[in-house]
Design a binder for this molecule. Structure first.
Ligand code: ZN
Length: 605
């Protein structure tokens, strides 16, 4: 008890000191003689910019700072607002180990504000906490909504991506999501798969209209995955804030342009992911493959459409789909500038799409500009990016709220170099299935997991009374899909959103009670970077107690291949129970009293 109180006081003191230790920014920073692109006007002038307390205090010539002000001679360099990317995926959501490396990649590229479309709402708060410990771009988090068998709903479960197919279902989903305070909703409205794969379902206009209306009532913006012209019209009529992909089934028409202008719909074409051979791809194995031929046709349409919409006055923003194959974090964003210029925008317009326009669409008007009072997220580059779209590849220094985080005088917290948060000790009881709200005894949201695709593995997990008594168990029924790698898993996250690892060293193993008729069940410890350790057992129709020592867990080869990991007691994100087997297999099992044994009952001090 005393120890813990002392710790929390120490933490509080550290938090108070943190801004003082950050140092230079608070003494002020004067950037002299840079050519300044302010994001808003069509001039770039050689001026001084004075930064105080993280914001731009003054802009002018011959500025003087105080005695402590750090002076930076930027003669020969250009100063631009930090870039935005309004469509990124900090993938994958149960492999959080990549988070610091992704943050570093954005800072190195001069990207200081991004929207993340990938995380389950449960993970938003713990990810925000982690980002607060790092030098990192500001990340706005989206909550995902699709349709049953829609794009984005073809992997993971409804805790990650809600499925709605009626106006009432859409409103109910938004109300539930709103409790997580997401920064925006990503709605998958369009199941067209580019003439390159089987289509998914789409969201009808009445459902989308209700979704947007309910989201706006809660002050939440809606960005959509919309890729065809007709559904683009539906999105505009429904009041969607941003179409976050290209419309590329055909050339846009006057009706679409008028609807987007009338409703103020912005457009983020993600050319970086549609480029036939993407900036992060190697040379194609077969340059004449039908897929690549179709991609070239689609991309030509994408280029023509963004040019037409931009010329008509539709706000165009930089968005890339970074984190998807071929689109590396950071480089995809600067590549998007080059592709916008390839489409026919001027370098100036492309840079504005990455700064002032993106800031307005995201609802952060004190960013994306170099103006008095704006947050000092700034980039010094070699060359003039408003005249040369490749100049953003020559970033020299990046400032976050006035603190240099990339460049010769950069300081990043030690946490930027670590791929995990400190492991947290756990109490013994993981889940006795006595809570009625779908959460474990650890207060984490129980989730399901299965192979993806349109032929869904079907799994139903319900909490039911145990043997007619007062206690409860988790009862799971499974029908596997016809895919070769069909499986169904019940996941007990060991921390909220499976972001911070749990320390298991204080305990000897995991125990639980089970019965079922389902062949064998795999109990798995899942770690941070795709590491997995498994033990298989075969339940019978009668209840039995199982106790499995950590030594009895065998490392599994990673999904992409490679050596099985050695056991790590500091690396557990989840305990999963999974069923695999022949295509179409059905079965059931029940679980109770999942515990860590051989250690303290409560949380270690
Ligand atoms: Zn995406």
């Amino acid at each position: 008890m005393h120890n813990r109180r002392f710790l929390s006081i120490a933490w509080f003191a550290a938090l108070l000191l943190a801004p003082l230790l950050a140092g230079a920014a608070d003494a002020g920073l004067l950037i002299r003689d840079a050519r300044v692109f302010d994001g808003d006007t069509r001039q770039a002038a050689k001026v001084d910019v004075l930064i105080e307390e993280g914001r731009i205090a003054r802009i002018g010539t011959g500025l003087q700072g105080g005695a402590e002000t750090r002076i930076l001679d930027a003669d020969g360099l250009s100063l631009v607002p930090g870039l935005f990317d309004l469509h990124t995926h900090w993938t994958p959501n149960t492999r959080p180990a990549a988070l610091p490396a992704i943050a570093n990649a954005y800072l190195d590229a001069g990207v200081t504000t991004v929207a993340d479309y990938h995380q389950a709402p449960e993970a938003h708060a713990p990810r925000r906490e982690w980002l607060d410990r790092l030098a990192a771009p500001t990340v706005q988090f989206g909550a995902r909504v699709s349709t049953p068998l829609g794009h984005g709903a073809d992997w993971a479960d409804q805790a990650t991506t809600r499925w709605v197919n009626s106006p009432d279902a859409a409103r109910a989903a938004v109300r539930e999501i709103a409790a997580y305070r997401p920064d925006f909703i990503k709605a998958f409205t369009d199941g067209w798969r580019y003439n390159n794969a089987a289509d998914n379902t789409s969201m009808d206009e009445a459902t989308l209209t209700a979704l947007v209306d309910e989201a706006h009532r809660h002050g939440i913006k809606v960005f959509t995955h919309t890729v065809t012209v007709e559904r683009g019209k539906q999105a505009a009529r429904a009041g969607v804030d941003l179409i976050a992909h290209s419309l590329l089934d055909r050339e846009v028409d006057r009706e679409l342009v008028d609807l987007m202008l009338e409703h103020g719909t912005a457009y983020g074409p993600t050319l970086a992911v549609y480029e036939p051979v993407r900036v992060g791809d190697g040379p194609p194995r077969n340059p004449d493959s039908p897929v690549l031929r179709q991609r070239r046709i689609n991309f030509a349409t994408a280029l023509a459409n963004v040019k037409r919409l931009h010329e008509a006055g539709v706000p165009v923003v930089v968005a890339t789909d970074a984190g998807m194959p071929g689109t590396p974090h950071g480089r995809a964003t600067t590549r998007e500038l080059e592709l916008l210029v390839g489409a026919g925008l001027t370098p100036y317009d492309a840079l504005q799409a990455a700064t002032a326009t993106a800031a307005r669409v995201l609802g952060t008007p004190d960013r994306g500009v170099i103006a008095q009072g704006a947050r000092a997220d700034l980039v010094l580059v070699e060359g003039d990016p408003w005249q040369d779209e490749t100049a953003m590849q020559r970033v020299r220094r990046v400032f976050l709220a006035g603190t240099e985080v990339t460049g010769p005088d950069a300081r990043r917290p030690a946490a930027n170099a670590r791929d995990h948060l400190p492991p947290r000790p756990l109490p013994a009881l993981i889940d006795d299935f006595e809570r009625g709200d779908g959460r474990t005894a650890l207060d984490t949201l129980r989730i399901g997991d299965a192979d993806g695709g349109n032929d869904r593995t079907w799994q139903s997990s319900l909490r039911v009374p145990r043997d007619g008594g007062d206690g409860h168990v988790l009862s799971t029924h499974v029908r596997l899909s016809h895919s070769d790698n069909a499986y169904a898993a019940v996941i007990l996250p060991l921390s909220r959103g499976s972001v911070a690892p749990a320390g298991l060293a204080a305990h000897a193993g995991v125990s639980f009670q089970a019965r079922g008729e389902v062949g064998s069940i795999r109990v798995e410890i899942r770690g941070q970077d795709g590491r997995r350790w498994a033990h298989d057992f075969e339940p019978g129709p009668q209840w039995r107690e199982y106790a499995i020592e950590w030594d009895d867990f065998a490392g599994l080869a990673p999904w992409g291949g490679g050596d099985p990991p050695a056991w790590r007691p500091d690396d557990a994100l989840q305990i999963a129970f999974s069923v695999a087997g022949d295509p179409g297999t059905t079965g059931w099992y029940e679980l109770d009293e999942v515990r860590l044994y051989g250690g303290p009952e409560g949380v270690a001090p």
